[in-house]
Design a protein around this ligand. Sequence first.
Ligand code: ZN
Ligand code: ZN
Length: 94
Amino acid sequence: MNSIIPGDVKDRCYICGRRGKMEVHHMLHGSRRANAERCGLKVHLCRQCHADLHDHGAHDAELEEIAQVEFEKNHTHAQWMWIFGKNFRKEEHE
Ligand SMILES: [Zn+2]
Ligand SMILES: [Zn+2]
C-alpha cells in the first residue's frame, strides 16, 4: 500500500525536507507495523531523522498522531481502535 499521508514524497524527508534517497518509516511500529503497512500509514525519512526517531523517539508521537488523524478522515474512530487498539490523538475525541 502506498502512503496515504498528504505531503509525503518519496525523495524528500517528511520531517526535515532534505532531498535524496529516503527510507520508509511505518508510523506505527512494533506489533502495529503490519497494519500500518496495510493502511498506508508511512512516510519517507532521511537516514538521520529516521535514526533519531528510532533511537531517541524524535517526532515519534507527532507522526503517530498524524497517522491516526489521516486514517480517521476515511474511517471511523471505532475502526482505528479496532485495528490499532490505542488512541494517539492528544485532543479529546467525542
Ligand atoms: Zn530528515
Ligand atoms: Zn522507522
